[in-house]
Design a protein around this ligand. Structure first.
Ligand code: FEC
Length: 310
């Protein structure tokens, strides 16, 4: 066997106890502490989803699954998959340090978010690059985006078909589908950033695969900062559909791959509360999580880059 080949899977990170929420929030705000009111508001959102987010546990299962599939599909190499988080332990920096200590010299880096923006995936890559320099870490080839990888599109399409089946056959074709991703500050539009375009490309590919004509893109989870964020926000879209006389919708989050706060609170609690108030039937597609079809999509994406490099 040749030497071990590393894979660095990166995700957002989540506090593991409510006591860690302040440090986490401060990290997200690049070192500026939140006010007591902001902190309590965030803690109450975690409490509303049961106290903690499943994000770290799901990311761990994704990493184990990808490692298993890589070893199965390419038995000539020894793969080791590491996870590194942007805003919480295990931080990207710790992961790169472990990789260096374990003698990994070649690796692939993939962010568990399909669309590239300099403000999201770009900042993960920056953290990893800084850690590589600090710890004399492995040479990492980064996969910048994977938003059109066919098995990923198919995995989302499967979940969208399933969600549409919650509606009677005669109504199904008329149900509006809203594809969502995390909003970002509007200033990315002036930076020639591909994020908005890539979201649209994923949405169009999934809609075509399912053969569903009524769809649009929306943004969710905009930050609580004074600057303008990308819109329309998903809550406004639901209100607009209601005003137009529509009483049903499917929300299909394509910018996220796991259940976490932005899914379990922003969609399942906030959007559902609005839907209930308006008397609308809103269904969310289930998340990819560590489901086998998604693990296969991730593994295929990684193997394409391994093959390209060797
Ligand atoms: O389940 C969990 O505990 C973690 C949920 C979580 C995910 C996530 C994903 C993304 N974010 C992105 C951008 C921003 C920008 C700001 C920002 C702020 C927050 C706050 C929390 C939070 N984010 Fe997040 N994000 C998650 C959680 N995010 C909590 C702070 C309170 C709030 O504003 O709600 C604004 C930063 C600032 O203040 O300057 C920008 C993007 C993603 C999707 C890509 C990815 O997964 O990395 C983009 C999951």
């Amino acid at each position: 066997k040749s030497e071990a080949f590393g894979v660095l899977l990166m995700a957002y990170g989540t506090p593991q106890t409510l006591d860690e929420v302040e440090a986490y929030y401060t990290h997200i705000r690049r070192g500026r502490k939140p006010t007591e009111e902001q902190l309590q508001e965030l803690i109450s959102r975690y409490e509303a989803i049961g106290g903690l987010s499943p994000l770290l546990a799901i990311t761990n299962r994704q990493a184990q699954g990808v490692e298993r599939l890589l070893r199965q599909l390419d038995p000539e190499r020894e793969y080791r998959v590491y996870i590194g988080m942007k805003h919480a332990s295990p931080f990207i920096e710790e992961a790169v340090r472990t990789m260096a200590e374990e003698g990994i010299r070649q690796a692939i880096g993939l962010v568990l978010a399909p669309h590239y923006s300099v403000m999201s995936v770009g900042s993960y890559m920056e953290s990893a690059q800084a850690a590589i320099e600090k710890w004399n870490g492995p040479e990492i080839t980064f996969i910048k985006q994977w938003h059109l990888v066919p098995p990923f599109i198919e995995a989302i399409a499967t979940r969208l078909r399933e969600a549409l089946h919650a509606f009677p056959e005669g109504e199904r074709a008329q149900v509006p589908v809203i594809f969502t991703a995390h909003s970002l500050p509007e200033r990315i539009l002036k930076m020639d950033d591909p994020y908005v375009e890539q979201l649209r490309e994923t949405a169009a590919a999934v809609a075509e695969k399912v053969g569903h004509a009524r769809w649009q893109c929306g943004w969710q989870s905009a930050g609580r900062t004074p600057e303008p964020w990308l819109g329309p926000d998903i809550l406004d879209l639901l209100k607009q559909l209601y005003t137009e006389g529509t009483r049903s919708a499917v929300i299909c989050p394509i910018g996220f791959v796991s259940d976490h706060l932005e899914i379990l609170y922003d969609i399942d609690i906030e959007c559902q509360a609005l839907a209930k108030r308006l008397g609308m039937n809103v269904v969310r597609t289930r998340s990819l999580n560590a489901d086998e079809d998604f693990l296969k999509a991730l593994t295929a994406t990684i193997l394409q880059y391994v093959k390209r490099g060797s």
